[in-house]
Each structure stands twice: as C-alpha cells, then as structure tokens.
Design a protein around this ligand. Structure first.
Ligand SMILES: [Zn+2]
Length: 166
C-alpha cells in the first residue's frame, strides 16, 4: 500500500443511475424486493440504487464505472443480482487501501413510496457493504415537474477513508 501523503486524503465518490419501469418485472431497490406492479428494466436486475452505489465506489478511486467491468451488452449480466457489482467495487476499494466512511443517497421516483421500506433498504445496503446502518442514508423524493414518472432515478455520494492499520 502506498504511504504517500495523498493516500491519506479521504476520497469522495458520486454515482447516478436511472431505469424505466416495466410491468411484470420484480422491483428491486437496494437489494430489497418492493411490492409494486412494475419493476425496473435494463442492465442486470435493474437495481438503480446498487448501480449508482457501484459507480460512486468506483468513482471514488477513479477506477472507471459499472460499464467498464460489467458491460450491459454482455448477456452474462442479464437479470444478474446487482449485489455482485457492489461487491466487486468494494473489493477494488479495499485493494486501493480505503474503507467506506459513510454514504448518502437520494431516490427519485413517483411510486411506490420508499418511506415504509427505507429502513429495510438501509439495513440491506449496510450489510452488503459490511458497515453499520448509521453510515447509510436512504432518502427519497417524488419527481415534481420532471416528467420522469415512469422511471426510477438514484443519486449516491460516498466518502472513503484510508484503512488504518493497527
Ligand atoms: Zn443501472
């Protein structure tokens, strides 16, 4: 591991993603299946929050984005569990000598309401990342005046801290 002073500076990461709703597909957000008539179409299982999180983690260590490692054109990733992408990004973060300080997220979608599920999503994302739920923030808004009622959007910011060795 590099011991240059620059490696001691915390690193910020940011990721954004969107997917279109499609009837008859299970809705997965943050690895939690939510009761809804439509799910999210597109890359893998369409988990917009885990995709934005993967991009935030990769962005924080300047290691490209989700498409660099898991191209949507590869049929291998069709329907794949997005937790896989987060785990790989987390492995790269660890390899770079960093750990997650905290993460903050905002979901933007017209329906379903995220409030009743926010705690379950927070717990699941924290477990996936191996950190306490208090380091994971899940917020949600409706897309007022955006004309994106048929899409789910996720923004994620993460702060990485250097792994401190005993
Ligand atoms: Zn995506």
């Amino acid at each position: 591991m590099s011991t240059s002073p620059i490696s001691r500076i915390p690193r910020i990461g940011y990721g954004w993603d969107s997917h279109e709703f499609q009837p008859g597909v299970p809705l997965k957000i943050g690895g939690v299946t939510l009761p809804h008539h439509s799910g999210l179409a597109g890359h893998s299982d369409g988990d917009v929050l885990l995709h934005a999180l993967t991009d935030a983690l990769l962005g924080a260590i300047a290691a490209g984005d989700i498409g660099t490692y898991f191209p949507p054109s590869d049929p291998k990733w069709k329907g794949a569990d997005s937790a896989l992408f987060v785990r790989e990004a987390l492995r790269l973060v660890d390899e770079a000598g960093y750990q997650i300080g905290n993460l903050d997220s905002t979901l933007i979608l017209a329906a379903p309401k995220i409030g009743p599920h926010a705690e379950a999503i927070q717990k699941n994302v924290a477990e996936l990342l191996g950190i306490e739920p208090s380091r994971v923030s899940i917020k949600a808004k409706t897309p007022e005046g955006m004309g994106t009622d048929n899409a789910a959007i996720a923004h994620v910011a993460v702060l990485l801290c250097e792994i401190s060795w005993p």
